[in-house]
Design a protein around this ligand. Structure first.
Ligand SMILES: [Fe+2]
Ligand SMILES: [Fe+2]
Length: 358
């Protein structure tokens, strides 16, 4: 199967990682802000509703709008003097603890790591905003255009709320991870509505929801929890749109096209997984005397690596892809081998606190 970002791959122990070691190259990549993307524009003269479920979703979205400035209690404090998440939520904090660093340092490491994670979610929200704008042009039916337009507003609000949360409370918007930038651009540059919908609504939104839900279950800060809860409510509608659109796409596709979508889904998420947080570890690790390579070597060698690593995949993306018929026996072995899929019963102990938090 074709692999993405080949030129940045190397082995750490038994695991093949994607790593960006050249800072100059990373700066160039981030500096590239004008991207030519193909967007087809489709007119429709049918103004009546054709897809009842989409019209219902659009109506639901109108009723569920919230205001990121007014509806959130921004007076709630948030600082590195408290554990804003449980200690286990932070890889850096755990490693700092193993290295014998004091609790204040561990808290600061967790605080930095969450600022980094929220920054990546913020950049992802910007991509969703831009991609949804593309969908508004390219999709065929008026119900789809109305729905996509309502999602554009949601995504603008998500960019707003994460940017304000980071700027007001955490202090630093960290730059986009090079791996994430390349993968998001694959979606923005995708040619067809089908690929854009699959890539953004199913794969990346699915990952984002998995990560946000996990983070919310580990949050100890009321403001962080509230922001995540509100964003997740909107994301549930976005996921429903993805499923509605993709069900039709898959139904109407040939076996070859379906295999192509399965391969593309795997290739994108495999590359995301191959980074194993190296982009974060390279940026923040040195502040705490942490060696990125040693951490990845340790994590990937853990006996329960697959269970821990697959949590955010198993939450939404894997079930949705399976439901759509885009994760079949043909690729399942690879998903498993890379720790992106594991049997649900092995996850029960890890998922129970997660689900009761919802
Ligand atoms: Fe969003
Ligand atoms: Fe979204």
């Amino acid at each position: 199967m074709e692999k993405l970002i080949r030129e940045h791959r190397r082995q750490i122990g038994d695991f093949e990682v994607i790593e960006f070691a050249d800072e100059g190259e990373v700066e160039l990549l981030r500096g590239r802000v004008d991207i030519p993307v193909p967007v087809d524009l489709h007119w429709t003269w049918e103004y009546g509703s054709e897809v009842a479920e989409l019209r219902a979703l659009y109506e639901k979205g109108k009723g569920a709008q919230w205001n990121a400035e007014r509806d959130i209690d921004w007076s709630v404090p948030m600082s590195a003097d408290e554990w804003i998440v449980v200690p286990e939520a932070s890889l850096l904090a755990q490693v700092a603890k193993l290295m014998g660093q004091d609790e204040a340092t561990q808290r600061r490491a967790a605080f930095d790591e969450i600022a980094y994670l929220l920054s990546q979610l913020l950049h992802g929200e910007q991509a969703a905003l831009q991609l949804c704008g593309q969908l508004t042009n390219a999709c065929e039916k008026m119900d789809e255009k109305w729905y996509a337009a309502s999602q554009v507003v949601d995504e603008a609000r998500h960019v707003e709320v994460f940017a304000k949360l980071i700027q007001r409370k955490l202090g630093t918007i960290h730059p986009i991870s090079p791996t994430l930038k390349i993968l998001l651009e694959k979606l923005l540059e995708a040619r067809t509505v089908q690929q854009k919908t699959l890539g953004m609504q199913t794969l990346f939104e699915g990952m984002a929801v998995g990560i946000m839900d996990l983070l919310r279950s580990q949050s100890r800060n009321a403001l962080l929890s509230d922001v995540l809860r509100r964003v997740e409510q909107d994301e549930a509608r976005h996921a429903a749109f993805g499923v509605l659109m993709m069900r039709r796409v898959v139904r109407e596709s040939s076996p070859e096209e379906r295999a192509g979508m399965e391969d593309w889904s795997f290739a994108l998420l495999e590359a995301l997984n191959a980074n194993q947080q190296l982009d974060m570890l390279r940026l923040l690790g040195p502040r705490y005397g942490i060696d990125p390579e040693a951490v990845v070597r340790m994590m990937t060698a853990l006996p329960n690596f697959a269970e821990l690593n697959s949590l955010s995949y198993m939450h939404t993306v894997v079930p949705n892809l399976k439901g759509l018929g885009l994760l079949t026996e043909r690729t399942e072995g690879e998903w498993r081998r890379l720790g992106m899929l594991c049997d649900r019963r092995h996850l029960e102990a890890l998922l129970t606190p997660l689900e009761s938090a919802g």
